[in-house]
Write a protein that binds this ligand. Sequence first.
Ligand SMILES: [Zn+2]
Length: 324
Amino acid sequence: MPPSQFDPRQFPRNSKHELELEFEARGHRLTMPVLLARGELDGPTLVVSAGVHGDEFEGVRTIFDVYRGLDSVSMAGDFLAVPVVNGPAFWNCSRTSPLDGGNLARVFPGRPDGSPTEVIAWHFDQRILARADFYLDLHSAGVACAMPALVGYAADDPRSRAAAFAFGAPVVWGHPTIPPGRTVSAARARGIPFLYTEARGAGRIHPEDLALYTRGVWNLLKHLEIVAGDAEAAPCRHHLFGDGNIDESLNATQPGFLVAEVTLLARVERDQLLGSLLDLRGRVLEQYHAPTSGRVVLIHECPRVTAGEPLFLVTQEAGQGSRN
Ligand SMILES: [Zn+2]
């Protein structure tokens, strides 16, 4: 159906629907899958998305599994999910779109008459995100990088923070600022509280990450009282605090072969060596040092690196010289 005709309230309560929105952008025919479970009773709408980047698959599978397990007769509120937001990137198994090179997580809220990536953002923002009382965007590190399984929240929003701890991830990361262009910055512009997740990625689905994401979405549904029951508690081992902007990572200035000297979640001191970039004769081209003390939350795991790629991101621990 055309996005302009989609309104979840048109569907009866106590029903489930697998839908597809169809639209065009600069001659490209695009589709967006939508899964809707409407509860028997009134209540909040949880919007969940995955596949904003086309090489991240944990969230796609999570949405399929949770949707299948939902029993609308016992729900108070709605589950509205898009398992693959960025279809062109998904079918290309790439972070960015093969149609226009766009990064969907940098162009929100998009434009109705823009590039294919901008048009996807616009329809998602207008037709899906606008319906949310709470928003969850499931990401992971993608094919080239690795990140620990974590849930991220807006530090200045108590609704976001409470939901992050209810989600039950081993790493919880509070952000003092949310850079523009993201799905979650579009949610913020609408006053909608949000969470997002990351996991190890690598272009495949690790069973532990799938279990964590799935339990987390169920926990969030219980936290929002869309589904009855108590969230399944899980210990938070690391409470981190800092900008989650991967664009601010230490980047390669040239191509090379990366040798990392640290592992994920390693505690590092300021100026500590994180890794070296070698040429193909094994000679050091450049080295990367921690800009701050803290924990390593991103490593470029694929040794082949091109200029401009993020290599390492270090963030602080909550309570480390700043309020959380
Ligand atoms: Zn992503």
